[in-house]
Design a protein around this ligand. Structure first.
Ligand SMILES: Nc1ncnc2c1ncn2[C@@H]1O[C@H](COP(=O)(O)OP(=O)(O)OP(=O)(O)O)[C@@H](O)[C@H]1O
Length: 560
Protein backbone atom coordinates (compact mmCIF):
# COMPACT_ATOMS: atom_id res chain seq x y z
CA UNK A 1 0.00 0.00 0.00
CA UNK A 2 1.26 3.50 -0.86
CA UNK A 3 1.13 6.37 1.65
CA UNK A 4 2.54 9.31 -0.33
CA UNK A 5 3.37 12.43 1.68
CA UNK A 6 3.53 10.47 4.91
CA UNK A 7 7.13 9.39 4.78
CA UNK A 8 8.53 10.82 7.99
CA UNK A 9 9.33 8.98 11.21
CA UNK A 10 6.07 10.24 12.72
CA UNK A 11 4.11 9.35 9.57
CA UNK A 12 5.58 5.84 9.54
CA UNK A 13 4.85 5.46 13.27
CA UNK A 14 1.17 6.28 12.63
CA UNK A 15 0.94 3.39 10.16
CA UNK A 16 1.58 0.89 12.94
CA UNK A 17 -0.44 2.84 15.50
CA UNK A 18 -2.58 -0.22 16.29
CA UNK A 19 0.43 -2.49 16.88
CA UNK A 20 2.15 0.09 19.06
CA UNK A 21 -1.11 0.88 20.87
CA UNK A 22 -1.54 -2.83 21.66
CA UNK A 23 2.09 -3.02 22.87
CA UNK A 24 1.55 -0.04 25.20
CA UNK A 25 -1.73 -1.48 26.56
CA UNK A 26 -0.02 -4.83 27.24
CA UNK A 27 2.99 -3.03 28.77
CA UNK A 28 0.62 -0.92 30.90
CA UNK A 29 -1.14 -4.07 32.15
CA UNK A 30 2.29 -5.54 32.98
CA UNK A 31 3.14 -2.34 34.90
CA UNK A 32 -0.07 -2.62 36.98
CA UNK A 33 0.80 -6.24 37.76
CA UNK A 34 4.28 -5.17 38.83
CA UNK A 35 2.92 -2.59 41.28
CA UNK A 36 0.44 -5.17 42.68
CA UNK A 37 3.23 -7.75 42.89
CA UNK A 38 5.42 -5.39 44.94
CA UNK A 39 2.49 -4.49 47.21
CA UNK A 40 1.79 -8.21 47.88
CA UNK A 41 5.51 -8.86 48.49
CA UNK A 42 5.73 -5.95 50.98
CA UNK A 43 2.69 -7.27 52.85
CA UNK A 44 4.05 -10.84 53.03
CA UNK A 45 7.47 -9.67 54.30
CA UNK A 46 5.84 -7.36 56.84
CA UNK A 47 3.50 -10.13 58.06
CA UNK A 48 6.36 -12.62 58.37
CA UNK A 49 8.75 -10.20 60.08
CA UNK A 50 6.48 -8.15 62.35
CA UNK A 51 3.15 -9.93 62.78
CA UNK A 52 4.35 -13.41 63.78
CA UNK A 53 2.85 -15.13 60.72
CA UNK A 54 4.10 -18.56 59.75
CA UNK A 55 5.02 -19.23 56.13
CA UNK A 56 1.97 -21.54 55.85
CA UNK A 57 -0.29 -18.57 56.71
CA UNK A 58 1.03 -16.79 53.61
CA UNK A 59 0.16 -19.59 51.17
CA UNK A 60 -2.56 -17.53 49.49
CA UNK A 61 -0.32 -14.44 49.30
CA UNK A 62 2.57 -16.43 47.85
CA UNK A 63 0.29 -18.02 45.24
CA UNK A 64 -0.98 -14.58 44.26
CA UNK A 65 2.64 -13.33 44.11
CA UNK A 66 3.64 -16.16 41.75
CA UNK A 67 0.54 -15.62 39.59
CA UNK A 68 1.30 -11.89 39.33
CA UNK A 69 4.95 -12.67 38.51
CA UNK A 70 3.98 -15.09 35.72
CA UNK A 71 1.21 -12.81 34.41
CA UNK A 72 3.53 -9.83 34.29
CA UNK A 73 6.27 -11.79 32.47
CA UNK A 74 3.71 -13.05 29.96
CA UNK A 75 2.26 -9.58 29.34
CA UNK A 76 5.71 -8.01 28.94
CA UNK A 77 6.73 -10.76 26.50
CA UNK A 78 3.52 -10.21 24.51
CA UNK A 79 4.11 -6.42 24.50
CA UNK A 80 7.67 -6.88 23.14
CA UNK A 81 6.48 -9.40 20.51
CA UNK A 82 3.69 -7.12 19.28
CA UNK A 83 6.01 -4.10 19.02
CA UNK A 84 8.66 -6.17 17.18
CA UNK A 85 6.11 -7.66 14.80
CA UNK A 86 4.68 -4.23 13.97
CA UNK A 87 8.17 -2.83 13.44
CA UNK A 88 9.27 -5.71 11.17
CA UNK A 89 6.10 -5.43 9.08
CA UNK A 90 6.54 -1.69 8.74
CA UNK A 91 10.24 -1.80 7.78
CA UNK A 92 9.51 -4.55 5.22
CA UNK A 93 6.75 -2.33 3.77
CA UNK A 94 9.07 0.72 3.70
CA UNK A 95 11.78 -1.31 1.93
CA UNK A 96 9.27 -2.53 -0.71
CA UNK A 97 7.87 0.98 -1.12
CA UNK A 98 11.33 2.49 -1.57
CA UNK A 99 12.33 -0.19 -4.08
CA UNK A 100 9.12 0.40 -6.07
CA UNK A 101 9.78 4.12 -5.97
CA UNK A 102 13.35 3.63 -7.24
CA UNK A 103 12.01 1.48 -10.09
CA UNK A 104 9.60 4.29 -10.97
CA UNK A 105 12.39 6.86 -10.76
CA UNK A 106 14.12 4.66 -13.32
CA UNK A 107 17.73 4.57 -14.50
CA UNK A 108 17.57 8.11 -15.89
CA UNK A 109 16.47 9.64 -12.58
CA UNK A 110 19.03 7.55 -10.68
CA UNK A 111 22.01 8.62 -12.81
CA UNK A 112 23.36 10.91 -10.08
CA UNK A 113 22.98 8.37 -7.24
CA UNK A 114 25.88 6.18 -6.15
CA UNK A 115 24.92 2.48 -6.08
CA UNK A 116 26.75 1.94 -2.76
CA UNK A 117 24.77 4.80 -1.23
CA UNK A 118 21.44 3.30 -2.33
CA UNK A 119 22.43 -0.18 -1.14
CA UNK A 120 23.40 1.21 2.29
CA UNK A 121 20.13 3.15 2.61
CA UNK A 122 18.03 0.14 1.55
CA UNK A 123 19.92 -2.24 3.86
CA UNK A 124 21.44 -0.57 6.94
CA UNK A 125 19.29 2.59 6.69
CA UNK A 126 15.95 0.82 6.87
CA UNK A 127 17.30 -1.68 9.42
CA UNK A 128 18.17 1.33 11.63
CA UNK A 129 14.45 2.17 11.82
CA UNK A 130 13.55 -1.22 13.39
CA UNK A 131 14.76 -0.47 16.97
CA UNK A 132 13.10 2.95 16.75
CA UNK A 133 9.64 1.44 16.19
CA UNK A 134 10.14 -1.72 18.27
CA UNK A 135 11.86 -0.16 21.30
CA UNK A 136 12.03 3.61 21.35
CA UNK A 137 8.35 4.42 20.64
CA UNK A 138 6.84 1.88 23.13
CA UNK A 139 9.44 2.80 25.76
CA UNK A 140 8.69 6.50 25.32
CA UNK A 141 5.03 5.71 26.07
CA UNK A 142 5.93 3.45 29.01
CA UNK A 143 8.14 6.22 30.40
CA UNK A 144 4.89 8.03 31.18
CA UNK A 145 2.69 5.08 32.20
CA UNK A 146 4.78 3.25 34.84
CA UNK A 147 6.32 6.30 36.61
CA UNK A 148 2.83 7.89 36.93
CA UNK A 149 1.47 4.64 38.35
CA UNK A 150 4.34 4.42 40.86
CA UNK A 151 4.01 8.11 41.76
CA UNK A 152 0.28 7.62 42.40
CA UNK A 153 1.01 4.67 44.70
CA UNK A 154 3.84 6.50 46.53
CA UNK A 155 1.64 9.61 46.98
CA UNK A 156 -0.83 7.35 48.72
CA UNK A 157 1.90 5.89 50.98
CA UNK A 158 4.23 8.80 51.81
CA UNK A 159 4.19 12.51 50.88
CA UNK A 160 7.98 13.07 51.36
CA UNK A 161 8.94 10.21 49.06
CA UNK A 162 6.42 11.47 46.54
CA UNK A 163 8.05 14.94 46.55
CA UNK A 164 11.58 13.49 46.13
CA UNK A 165 10.60 11.22 43.23
CA UNK A 166 8.41 13.85 41.54
CA UNK A 167 11.29 16.37 41.64
CA UNK A 168 14.14 14.10 40.51
CA UNK A 169 12.30 12.10 37.82
CA UNK A 170 11.78 14.95 35.30
CA UNK A 171 15.50 15.88 35.57
CA UNK A 172 16.37 12.76 33.61
CA UNK A 173 14.46 13.52 30.35
CA UNK A 174 15.76 17.13 30.54
CA UNK A 175 19.31 15.88 30.82
CA UNK A 176 18.72 13.35 28.03
CA UNK A 177 17.49 16.12 25.72
CA UNK A 178 20.63 18.17 26.43
CA UNK A 179 22.97 15.25 25.76
CA UNK A 180 20.83 14.15 22.79
CA UNK A 181 21.35 17.46 21.04
CA UNK A 182 25.11 16.88 20.94
CA UNK A 183 24.75 13.14 20.25
CA UNK A 184 22.53 13.75 17.19
CA UNK A 185 25.36 15.63 15.45
CA UNK A 186 27.69 12.67 16.07
CA UNK A 187 25.06 10.20 14.83
CA UNK A 188 24.55 12.26 11.65
CA UNK A 189 28.29 12.24 11.05
CA UNK A 190 28.44 8.49 11.66
CA UNK A 191 25.64 7.87 9.16
CA UNK A 192 27.26 10.07 6.49
CA UNK A 193 30.53 8.19 6.98
CA UNK A 194 28.72 4.86 6.62
CA UNK A 195 27.19 6.01 3.31
CA UNK A 196 30.58 7.16 2.00
CA UNK A 197 32.21 3.94 3.14
CA UNK A 198 29.52 1.84 1.38
CA UNK A 199 29.95 3.79 -1.88
CA UNK A 200 33.75 3.72 -1.73
CA UNK A 201 33.83 -0.02 -1.00
CA UNK A 202 31.53 -0.86 -3.91
CA UNK A 203 33.38 1.49 -6.29
CA UNK A 204 36.69 -0.11 -5.32
CA UNK A 205 35.33 -3.62 -5.88
CA UNK A 206 33.81 -2.73 -9.25
CA UNK A 207 36.88 -0.86 -10.46
CA UNK A 208 39.45 -3.29 -9.09
CA UNK A 209 40.73 -4.31 -12.56
CA UNK A 210 41.15 -0.68 -13.68
CA UNK A 211 42.79 0.26 -10.37
CA UNK A 212 45.27 -2.61 -10.68
CA UNK A 213 46.07 -1.69 -14.29
CA UNK A 214 46.86 1.88 -13.23
CA UNK A 215 48.77 0.66 -10.17
CA UNK A 216 46.34 2.44 -7.83
CA UNK A 217 44.87 -0.61 -6.05
CA UNK A 218 46.92 0.00 -2.86
CA UNK A 219 45.89 3.67 -2.75
CA UNK A 220 42.21 2.71 -3.13
CA UNK A 221 42.49 0.09 -0.38
CA UNK A 222 44.24 2.64 1.86
CA UNK A 223 41.48 5.19 1.17
CA UNK A 224 38.77 2.67 2.15
CA UNK A 225 40.79 1.71 5.25
CA UNK A 226 41.06 5.42 6.18
CA UNK A 227 37.30 5.84 5.85
CA UNK A 228 36.72 2.70 7.95
CA UNK A 229 39.02 4.14 10.61
CA UNK A 230 37.11 7.44 10.67
CA UNK A 231 33.88 5.47 10.99
CA UNK A 232 35.39 3.51 13.90
CA UNK A 233 36.46 6.73 15.65
CA UNK A 234 32.96 8.22 15.28
CA UNK A 235 31.38 4.99 16.53
CA UNK A 236 33.62 5.21 19.62
CA UNK A 237 32.39 8.80 20.16
CA UNK A 238 28.80 7.53 19.97
CA UNK A 239 29.63 4.84 22.55
CA UNK A 240 31.27 7.43 24.83
CA UNK A 241 28.14 9.59 24.76
CA UNK A 242 25.99 6.48 25.44
CA UNK A 243 28.13 5.46 28.45
CA UNK A 244 28.19 8.99 29.79
CA UNK A 245 24.42 9.27 29.49
CA UNK A 246 23.73 6.03 31.34
CA UNK A 247 26.34 6.83 34.03
CA UNK A 248 24.70 10.20 34.79
CA UNK A 249 21.28 8.57 34.69
CA UNK A 250 22.37 5.89 37.17
CA UNK A 251 23.83 8.60 39.40
CA UNK A 252 20.57 10.60 39.51
CA UNK A 253 18.48 7.46 40.03
CA UNK A 254 20.71 6.10 42.84
CA UNK A 255 20.83 9.50 44.54
CA UNK A 256 17.08 9.80 44.47
CA UNK A 257 16.52 6.25 45.78
CA UNK A 258 19.10 6.84 48.54
CA UNK A 259 17.33 10.06 49.51
CA UNK A 260 14.00 8.24 49.75
CA UNK A 261 15.65 5.49 51.85
CA UNK A 262 17.31 7.96 54.26
CA UNK A 263 14.20 10.13 54.71
CA UNK A 264 11.91 7.13 55.22
CA UNK A 265 14.48 5.26 57.33
CA UNK A 266 14.82 8.20 59.75
CA UNK A 267 11.07 8.37 60.24
CA UNK A 268 10.88 4.60 60.63
CA UNK A 269 13.42 4.78 63.46
CA UNK A 270 11.41 7.57 65.08
CA UNK A 271 8.33 5.36 64.85
CA UNK A 272 6.59 7.83 62.55
CA UNK A 273 6.21 5.37 59.68
CA UNK A 274 5.26 1.69 59.37
CA UNK A 275 7.56 -0.95 57.91
CA UNK A 276 5.21 -2.20 55.18
CA UNK A 277 4.82 1.28 53.62
CA UNK A 278 8.55 2.01 53.90
CA UNK A 279 9.48 -1.34 52.35
CA UNK A 280 6.95 -0.90 49.52
CA UNK A 281 8.21 2.62 48.73
CA UNK A 282 11.79 1.30 48.59
CA UNK A 283 10.68 -1.50 46.25
CA UNK A 284 8.78 0.96 44.06
CA UNK A 285 11.48 3.64 43.83
CA UNK A 286 13.83 1.67 41.47
CA UNK A 287 10.81 0.72 39.33
CA UNK A 288 10.04 4.44 39.00
CA UNK A 289 13.40 4.95 37.30
CA UNK A 290 13.37 1.66 35.34
CA UNK A 291 11.35 2.95 32.32
CA UNK A 292 13.53 6.07 32.26
CA UNK A 293 16.61 3.86 32.10
CA UNK A 294 15.07 1.71 29.35
CA UNK A 295 14.09 4.85 27.46
CA UNK A 296 17.62 6.19 27.81
CA UNK A 297 19.07 2.88 26.54
CA UNK A 298 16.93 3.13 23.40
CA UNK A 299 17.41 6.87 22.91
CA UNK A 300 20.30 6.25 20.51
CA UNK A 301 17.81 4.24 18.39
CA UNK A 302 15.88 7.45 17.81
CA UNK A 303 19.02 9.37 16.89
CA UNK A 304 20.19 6.58 14.58
CA UNK A 305 16.76 6.44 12.93
CA UNK A 306 16.67 10.24 12.51
CA UNK A 307 20.07 10.16 10.78
CA UNK A 308 19.07 7.20 8.56
CA UNK A 309 15.74 8.83 7.74
CA UNK A 310 17.56 11.72 6.04
CA UNK A 311 18.99 9.28 3.45
CA UNK A 312 15.66 7.48 3.05
CA UNK A 313 13.73 10.76 2.54
CA UNK A 314 16.29 11.91 -0.02
CA UNK A 315 15.66 8.78 -2.14
CA UNK A 316 11.87 9.09 -1.72
CA UNK A 317 12.13 12.72 -2.90
CA UNK A 318 13.59 11.74 -6.31
CA UNK A 319 11.01 12.49 -9.02
CA UNK A 320 9.56 9.52 -10.90
CA UNK A 321 10.60 9.65 -14.57
CA UNK A 322 9.82 6.12 -15.76
CA UNK A 323 6.38 5.09 -17.06
CA UNK A 324 4.36 3.51 -14.26
CA UNK A 325 1.78 0.77 -14.91
CA UNK A 326 -0.28 -0.32 -11.93
CA UNK A 327 -2.42 -2.90 -13.77
CA UNK A 328 -1.83 -5.58 -16.38
CA UNK A 329 -2.14 -4.76 -20.08
CA UNK A 330 -5.55 -6.07 -21.11
CA UNK A 331 -4.71 -5.70 -24.85
CA UNK A 332 -1.37 -7.53 -24.58
CA UNK A 333 -2.44 -10.14 -27.18
CA UNK A 334 -3.20 -7.59 -29.94
CA UNK A 335 -0.13 -7.34 -32.21
CA UNK A 336 1.52 -3.96 -32.62
CA UNK A 337 2.53 -3.01 -36.15
CA UNK A 338 4.30 0.33 -35.69
CA UNK A 339 5.75 2.78 -33.18
CA UNK A 340 5.52 6.44 -34.13
CA UNK A 341 7.64 9.27 -32.78
CA UNK A 342 5.86 12.51 -33.66
CA UNK A 343 7.45 15.92 -33.20
CA UNK A 344 9.35 14.66 -30.17
CA UNK A 345 11.48 16.97 -28.07
CA UNK A 346 13.27 15.25 -25.21
CA UNK A 347 16.36 15.44 -23.04
CA UNK A 348 17.56 15.99 -19.52
CA UNK A 349 17.39 19.77 -19.23
CA UNK A 350 14.45 21.81 -20.51
CA UNK A 351 16.70 24.49 -22.03
CA UNK A 352 19.03 22.03 -23.81
CA UNK A 353 17.02 19.15 -25.30
CA UNK A 354 18.93 16.27 -26.89
CA UNK A 355 16.17 15.50 -29.43
CA UNK A 356 14.35 18.39 -31.02
CA UNK A 357 11.10 18.02 -33.02
CA UNK A 358 12.23 14.54 -34.07
CA UNK A 359 9.93 12.18 -35.97
CA UNK A 360 10.17 8.62 -37.24
CA UNK A 361 8.15 5.39 -37.61
CA UNK A 362 9.43 1.94 -36.61
CA UNK A 363 7.51 -0.89 -38.37
CA UNK A 364 6.98 -4.58 -37.77
CA UNK A 365 9.04 -6.91 -39.99
CA UNK A 366 11.30 -4.01 -40.97
CA UNK A 367 14.40 -4.09 -38.77
CA UNK A 368 15.50 -0.51 -38.00
CA UNK A 369 19.09 0.38 -37.19
CA UNK A 370 19.59 3.71 -35.40
CA UNK A 371 22.99 5.21 -36.01
CA UNK A 372 24.80 8.51 -35.42
CA UNK A 373 27.86 10.00 -33.77
CA UNK A 374 28.70 9.43 -30.14
CA UNK A 375 26.68 11.66 -27.80
CA UNK A 376 24.12 12.59 -30.45
CA UNK A 377 21.21 11.03 -28.51
CA UNK A 378 20.75 7.40 -29.59
CA UNK A 379 20.46 6.11 -26.01
CA UNK A 380 18.12 9.02 -25.22
CA UNK A 381 15.84 7.86 -28.06
CA UNK A 382 15.94 4.28 -26.71
CA UNK A 383 15.06 5.56 -23.22
CA UNK A 384 12.04 7.32 -24.72
CA UNK A 385 10.93 4.12 -26.43
CA UNK A 386 11.40 2.15 -23.21
CA UNK A 387 9.36 4.70 -21.25
CA UNK A 388 12.33 5.53 -19.00
CA UNK A 389 12.19 9.17 -20.13
CA UNK A 390 9.09 11.22 -20.91
CA UNK A 391 9.06 13.58 -23.96
CA UNK A 392 8.96 17.29 -23.15
CA UNK A 393 6.89 17.74 -26.28
CA UNK A 394 5.34 15.46 -28.92
CA UNK A 395 4.24 11.82 -28.65
CA UNK A 396 5.60 8.30 -28.86
CA UNK A 397 2.73 5.96 -29.71
CA UNK A 398 2.35 2.33 -30.74
CA UNK A 399 -0.50 1.26 -33.04
CA UNK A 400 -2.07 -2.06 -34.01
CA UNK A 401 -3.26 -3.27 -37.43
CA UNK A 402 -6.43 -1.13 -37.20
CA UNK A 403 -4.36 1.97 -36.46
CA UNK A 404 -5.57 1.99 -32.85
CA UNK A 405 -3.02 3.45 -30.39
CA UNK A 406 -2.16 1.32 -27.33
CA UNK A 407 -1.49 2.95 -23.98
CA UNK A 408 0.41 0.11 -22.31
CA UNK A 409 2.64 -1.04 -25.14
CA UNK A 410 5.93 -0.67 -23.21
CA UNK A 411 5.02 -3.83 -21.29
CA UNK A 412 5.55 -5.69 -24.59
CA UNK A 413 9.10 -4.44 -25.18
CA UNK A 414 12.14 -6.69 -24.85
CA UNK A 415 15.40 -4.83 -24.30
CA UNK A 416 19.04 -5.90 -24.44
CA UNK A 417 21.44 -3.21 -23.14
CA UNK A 418 24.97 -2.64 -24.38
CA UNK A 419 26.44 -4.67 -21.53
CA UNK A 420 23.81 -7.26 -20.56
CA UNK A 421 23.82 -8.33 -16.93
CA UNK A 422 24.02 -12.00 -16.09
CA UNK A 423 23.34 -13.24 -12.58
CA UNK A 424 25.53 -15.60 -10.57
CA UNK A 425 23.89 -18.90 -11.54
CA UNK A 426 23.64 -21.46 -14.34
CA UNK A 427 22.89 -20.75 -18.01
CA UNK A 428 19.34 -22.08 -17.50
CA UNK A 429 18.80 -19.92 -14.39
CA UNK A 430 19.92 -16.86 -16.34
CA UNK A 431 17.49 -17.66 -19.15
CA UNK A 432 14.63 -18.39 -16.73
CA UNK A 433 14.87 -14.86 -15.33
CA UNK A 434 12.55 -13.99 -18.24
CA UNK A 435 10.15 -16.88 -17.55
CA UNK A 436 10.71 -18.96 -14.42
CA UNK A 437 8.29 -21.68 -15.64
CA UNK A 438 9.96 -22.26 -19.04
CA UNK A 439 10.78 -25.93 -19.73
CA UNK A 440 13.99 -27.22 -21.31
CA UNK A 441 12.48 -27.51 -24.80
CA UNK A 442 11.51 -23.82 -24.71
CA UNK A 443 14.98 -22.86 -23.48
CA UNK A 444 16.54 -24.82 -26.34
CA UNK A 445 14.20 -23.21 -28.87
CA UNK A 446 15.02 -19.63 -27.82
CA UNK A 447 18.73 -20.47 -27.58
CA UNK A 448 18.59 -21.80 -31.16
CA UNK A 449 16.78 -18.63 -32.30
CA UNK A 450 19.55 -16.51 -30.77
CA UNK A 451 22.29 -18.74 -32.25
CA UNK A 452 23.36 -19.66 -28.71
CA UNK A 453 22.41 -23.36 -28.63
CA UNK A 454 25.66 -24.71 -30.12
CA UNK A 455 27.96 -22.92 -27.65
CA UNK A 456 25.69 -23.69 -24.66
CA UNK A 457 25.69 -27.41 -25.51
CA UNK A 458 29.47 -27.31 -25.90
CA UNK A 459 29.84 -26.01 -22.31
CA UNK A 460 30.96 -28.66 -19.74
CA UNK A 461 27.50 -28.97 -18.15
CA UNK A 462 25.40 -27.51 -20.96
CA UNK A 463 22.46 -25.50 -19.63
CA UNK A 464 23.55 -26.36 -16.07
CA UNK A 465 26.96 -24.72 -16.45
CA UNK A 466 27.45 -21.99 -13.84
CA UNK A 467 28.28 -18.61 -15.33
CA UNK A 468 29.82 -15.98 -13.08
CA UNK A 469 28.23 -12.62 -12.43
CA UNK A 470 28.53 -10.60 -15.67
CA UNK A 471 29.25 -13.84 -17.54
CA UNK A 472 32.92 -14.00 -16.58
CA UNK A 473 33.43 -17.41 -18.21
CA UNK A 474 31.73 -16.47 -21.51
CA UNK A 475 32.95 -14.40 -24.45
CA UNK A 476 31.36 -11.01 -25.27
CA UNK A 477 29.49 -12.48 -28.28
CA UNK A 478 28.24 -15.44 -26.18
CA UNK A 479 26.93 -13.09 -23.49
CA UNK A 480 25.12 -11.05 -26.17
CA UNK A 481 23.51 -14.17 -27.68
CA UNK A 482 22.53 -15.47 -24.23
CA UNK A 483 20.95 -12.09 -23.42
CA UNK A 484 19.12 -12.18 -26.78
CA UNK A 485 17.81 -15.70 -26.03
CA UNK A 486 16.67 -14.51 -22.59
CA UNK A 487 14.73 -11.58 -23.99
CA UNK A 488 13.17 -13.80 -26.70
CA UNK A 489 11.84 -16.08 -23.96
CA UNK A 490 9.41 -13.28 -23.08
CA UNK A 491 8.26 -13.29 -26.72
CA UNK A 492 8.25 -9.48 -26.92
CA UNK A 493 6.37 -7.69 -29.70
CA UNK A 494 9.03 -4.98 -29.76
CA UNK A 495 12.73 -5.90 -29.63
CA UNK A 496 15.22 -3.14 -28.80
CA UNK A 497 18.99 -3.68 -28.63
CA UNK A 498 21.64 -1.09 -27.73
CA UNK A 499 24.94 -1.59 -29.62
CA UNK A 500 24.83 -5.40 -29.45
CA UNK A 501 27.89 -5.82 -31.68
CA UNK A 502 29.99 -2.89 -30.41
CA UNK A 503 32.80 -4.91 -28.84
CA UNK A 504 32.74 -8.07 -30.98
CA UNK A 505 35.17 -9.43 -33.54
CA UNK A 506 34.02 -9.69 -37.15
CA UNK A 507 32.92 -13.33 -36.94
CA UNK A 508 30.96 -12.89 -33.70
CA UNK A 509 29.50 -9.65 -35.01
CA UNK A 510 28.12 -11.36 -38.09
CA UNK A 511 26.64 -14.22 -36.05
CA UNK A 512 24.98 -11.84 -33.56
CA UNK A 513 23.71 -9.55 -36.38
CA UNK A 514 22.21 -12.52 -38.27
CA UNK A 515 20.60 -13.84 -35.05
CA UNK A 516 19.06 -10.42 -34.36
CA UNK A 517 17.71 -10.17 -37.92
CA UNK A 518 16.05 -13.61 -37.51
CA UNK A 519 14.66 -12.71 -34.10
CA UNK A 520 13.21 -9.44 -35.42
CA UNK A 521 10.91 -11.26 -37.88
CA UNK A 522 7.29 -10.78 -36.77
CA UNK A 523 8.33 -8.04 -34.37
CA UNK A 524 9.16 -4.34 -34.36
CA UNK A 525 12.96 -4.59 -34.23
CA UNK A 526 15.10 -1.56 -33.31
CA UNK A 527 18.89 -1.74 -32.95
CA UNK A 528 21.41 0.98 -32.12
CA UNK A 529 24.55 0.19 -34.12
CA UNK A 530 27.49 1.64 -36.04
CA UNK A 531 29.07 -1.44 -37.56
CA UNK A 532 28.46 -2.48 -41.20
CA UNK A 533 27.45 -6.09 -40.40
CA UNK A 534 24.47 -4.89 -38.36
CA UNK A 535 23.55 -2.06 -40.74
CA UNK A 536 23.58 -4.59 -43.61
CA UNK A 537 20.69 -6.46 -41.94
CA UNK A 538 18.52 -3.32 -41.66
CA UNK A 539 15.39 -2.62 -43.68
CA UNK A 540 15.53 0.98 -42.47
CA UNK A 541 18.46 3.04 -41.19
CA UNK A 542 17.63 6.00 -38.96
CA UNK A 543 20.42 8.51 -38.64
CA UNK A 544 20.51 10.98 -35.75
CA UNK A 545 22.04 14.37 -36.40
CA UNK A 546 21.62 17.66 -34.52
CA UNK A 547 18.75 16.26 -32.49
CA UNK A 548 16.80 15.26 -35.61
CA UNK A 549 16.02 11.82 -37.05
CA UNK A 550 16.69 11.01 -40.69
CA UNK A 551 15.61 7.63 -42.01
CA UNK A 552 15.64 5.32 -45.03
CA UNK A 553 18.37 3.61 -47.03
CA UNK A 554 19.02 6.94 -48.79
CA UNK A 555 18.85 9.00 -45.56
CA UNK A 556 15.62 10.87 -46.26
CA UNK A 557 14.35 13.25 -43.59
CA UNK A 558 11.39 11.60 -41.88
CA UNK A 559 9.89 14.53 -40.01
CA UNK A 560 10.80 18.04 -39.05
N1 LIG B 1 21.21 11.00 -17.41
C1 LIG B 1 21.67 12.06 -18.10
N2 LIG B 1 21.60 13.29 -17.56
C2 LIG B 1 22.03 14.38 -18.26
N3 LIG B 1 22.55 14.33 -19.50
C3 LIG B 1 22.65 13.13 -20.09
C4 LIG B 1 22.21 11.93 -19.42
N4 LIG B 1 22.42 10.88 -20.26
C5 LIG B 1 22.96 11.40 -21.39
N5 LIG B 1 23.09 12.74 -21.29
C6 LIG B 1 23.59 13.66 -22.34
O1 LIG B 1 22.71 13.55 -23.44
C7 LIG B 1 23.44 13.58 -24.65
C8 LIG B 1 23.07 12.36 -25.50
O2 LIG B 1 23.52 11.20 -24.81
P1 LIG B 1 23.20 9.74 -25.33
O3 LIG B 1 23.71 8.78 -24.30
O4 LIG B 1 21.79 9.66 -25.71
O5 LIG B 1 24.12 9.69 -26.63
P2 LIG B 1 24.49 8.42 -27.55
O6 LIG B 1 24.25 8.84 -28.93
O7 LIG B 1 23.78 7.22 -27.08
O8 LIG B 1 26.04 8.29 -27.25
P3 LIG B 1 26.97 6.98 -27.39
O9 LIG B 1 26.95 6.55 -28.81
O10 LIG B 1 28.32 7.51 -26.99
O11 LIG B 1 26.44 5.97 -26.43
C9 LIG B 1 24.91 13.63 -24.29
O12 LIG B 1 25.34 14.98 -24.43
C10 LIG B 1 24.95 13.22 -22.85
O13 LIG B 1 25.96 13.90 -22.16
Amino acid sequence: MDYPGNRTLIGFTRRIGLWLGAAVVLGGAAAIMLVLQLAVLARIVSDLAFHNHAISDERAGLTLLLALLAGRALLQWAADMVANEGSLRLTAAIRGELLRHLFNVGPVGLTGQATGHMVTVLGDGIAALEPYFAQYVPRAAMMVVLPLLVLGMVAHLDAWSFVILACTGPLIPVFMALVGYRAQAIMDRQWTQLLLLGSAFLDTLQGLTTLRLFGRARDAVAAVAGMADEYRATTMSVMKVAFLTSAVLEFFASLSIALVAVVFGARLLDGKADFQSAFLVLLLAPEYFMPLRAFSASYHARQNATAAMAGISQLFALPETATRHATRDSAAGVPLVAIRCEDVTAGYQADAPVLSHAGCTFRRNALTVITGESGVGKTTLIRLLLGLLQPMQGHVTAVDECGMPHARWQDRVGWVPQQPRLIHGTVAENLRLADPMADMDTLRAVAAQADALSFIEALPQGFDTPVGERGACLSGGQVQRLALARVLLRNPQVLILDEPTASLDLQSEQRVAAAIARAAVGRIGIVVAHRPAMIAQAAQVVRLRDGRLFSGPSTVECAA
